[in-house]
Write a protein that binds this ligand. Structure first.
Ligand code: NAD
Length: 332
């Protein structure tokens, strides 16, 4: 039986996910789409072959044609919608971050733990990106020895006008926080944040985060969310015997006019298209088998906790410790 997926949020990500589900995911179909702006939901629904449209998330979650839910509405709405999915016993793939605050993420952990079954996956899609996955596999195979440093770079062409300094960490750098935990298999123990050259500006859109990891590795993350030139994500893992670098996304090198180079994608959708599709396919497989391969609610909670420490570190201008509670049995 094909799994009916309902998508909440018909904006940039929800629209993209809806189209991918409708055209490129086996064993599932798009069953419904909801948005507070019903006209936007209707436009995406009609572009995807005319599925049911709802004006709010609660109605979509209650729709009997919806077997599983993808949450792609703004960060502040995530926790309430994920908790409603858990209450309805429906699997949910929630876009990152899992919640707007660590306290909300903790409430999700508690609800899922009480249910005794993992039903929540978090949309840290880089875990499914073929290049990151290959880096992780080669690191795990011992090709560079123990991890010493991880250099990450996250540049966006531009940030929406409502973005603020905290979101540079909680919404953008949160991807790198998850990459660091997942790639290295270590937890973050402290965060420092530097905002050079911003002269006290309200919006600190160029940050350097330094994460100390439980196994001794150090991770630096450069974030620049209004970089202008395109979407640019890089990673280099330095080990005791060598390095593993994520290759540039454009597989074609242009050489002309005395110069050589490649193109940047305008945003994450083109850059990580394969990762989003593979993430959705793996989620559908996990719903069938019960074996989750993507980021769990625990991973979402850990990322929220680190991001919260990062925001405190930015404001206090000093390193902030991160203390994760013991991992509940459900997530071991
Ligand atoms: N994984 C990634 O790479 C990635 C990239 C971008 C955004 N995101 C995440 O995806 C989510 C959505 O981001 P976006 O860029 O698509 O935003 P967006 O503003 O383009 O779309 C959000 C949509 O949600 C709707 N909405 C608002 N409140 C709602 C509610 N209570 N119920 C139903 N619909 C509601 C809005 O009308 C809008 O259409 C965010 O949490 C963001 O962090 C993830």
């Amino acid at each position: 039986m094909s799994i009916g997926i309902g998508v909440i949020g018909a904006g940039v990500m929800g629209g993209d996910h809806a189209r991918t589900i409708a055209t490129a995911v086996g064993g599932a179909h798009l069953a419904a789409i909801a948005d507070a702006d019903q006209a936007r939901a209707a436009a995406v629904a009609s572009a995807c072959g005319g599925v049911a449209v709802h004006g709010d998330g609660a109605t979509l979650i209650a729709d009997p044609a919806v077997d599983a839910v993808l949450v792609a509405s703004p960060d502040a709405t995530h926790a309430e919608l994920v908790l409603a999915c858990l209450a309805a016993g429906k699997p949910v793939l929630c876009e990152k971050p899992l919640a707007a605050t660590a306290a909300e993420a903790e409430a999700i952990l508690q609800a899922e733990t009480q249910g005794g079954r993992r039903r929540v996956q978090v949309g840290f899609m880089r875990r499914f990106d073929p290049a990151y996955a290959a880096m992780r596999a080669r690191f795990a195979a011992g090709e560079i020895g123990a991890a010493v440093l991880l250099h990450c770079l996250h540049h966006n062409a531009s940030a929406p006008p409502w973005f603020d300094s905290a979101m540079v960490i909680s919404n953008a750098a949160v991807h790198e926080i998850d990459v660091a935990r997942w790639l290295l298999g270590q937890e973050v123990t402290s965060v420092s944040v530097f905002a050079p050259g911003d002269g006290g500006a309200a919006m600190r859109d160029r940050l350097l985060l330094v994460l100390r990891m439980s196994g001794g590795a150090v991770v630096d993350v450069g974030v620049f969310v209004n970089a202008g030139y395109g979407y640019d994500v890089r990673a280099e893992l330095v080990g005791e015997r060598g390095t593993l670098t994520r290759a540039p996304a454009d597989p074609v090198v242009l050489r002309a006019g005395g110069r050589q180079g490649g193109d940047f994608a305008p945003d994450w959708r083109a850059h990580f298209a394969a990762a989003y599709q593979l993430q959705l396919q793996a989620w559908v497989r996990a719903i069938r088998t019960g074996e989750q391969t993507g980021a769990s609610a625990w991973d979402g909670y850990a990322a929220n906790l680190v991001a919260a420490a990062g925001i405190r570190a930015l404001h206090a201008n000093r390193p902030e410790p991160v203390t994760l509670p013991p991992r509940p049995a459900l997530y071991r």
